[in-house]
Design a protein around this ligand. Structure first.
Ligand SMILES: [Zn+2]
Length: 145
């Protein structure tokens, strides 16, 4: 794939850069130490575990689009439910609590629907676009096939 900007052949698919630049680290190093003391010979052992993900800056920059989280929507809905669960009697205070609860529930459902629409319509398109995108290692241009 030749860069559309500078005609360089030094180009790579975004997905490839991302995969190559993202490494899962899982190392286990054991150290054994032998110490000689007045009481004899002592052996000490230590084990260190390192795990996680390391990412190059370029891989981070060219990472695939993410789905929207439902966390906020769920949080707002739970909050609304808590308000509604505190309505006990026919009073102004509980009436207001109920109103806030209903408002929050409705608001949470609204956020949920917006996220759901993004995840089921917009996200797949963006992701597909990402899988078809290339990065020029010479000029940094990002373009699609
Ligand atoms: Zn280029």
């Amino acid at each position: 794939m030749i860069c559309k900007n500078c005609n360089s052949e030094n180009t790579q698919k975004l997905s490839l850069i991302y995969e190559n630049g993202t490494n899962n680290i899982s190392t286990n190093s054991k150290t054994v130490g032998v110490g000689l003391g007045t009481g004899g010979i002592g052996i000490g052992r230590a084990s260190t575990n390192t795990s996680g993900t390391s990412q190059s800056i370029l891989a981070q920059k060219l990472s695939p689009p993410k789905k929207n989280s439902y966390l906020l929507a769920v949080f707002v809905m739970v909050l609304g439910t808590i308000f509604l669960c505190n309505v006990y009697e026919l009073s102004i205070k509980d009436f207001i609590l109920g109103l806030i609860g209903i408002f929050l529930l409705g608001f949470g459902i609204k956020i949920f629907r917006v996220n759901y629409r993004y995840n089921s319509n917009t996200f797949p398109k963006k992701y597909l676009e990402w899988t078809k995108s290339w990065h020029c290692n010479k000029c940094g241009n990002i373009y699609s096939e």
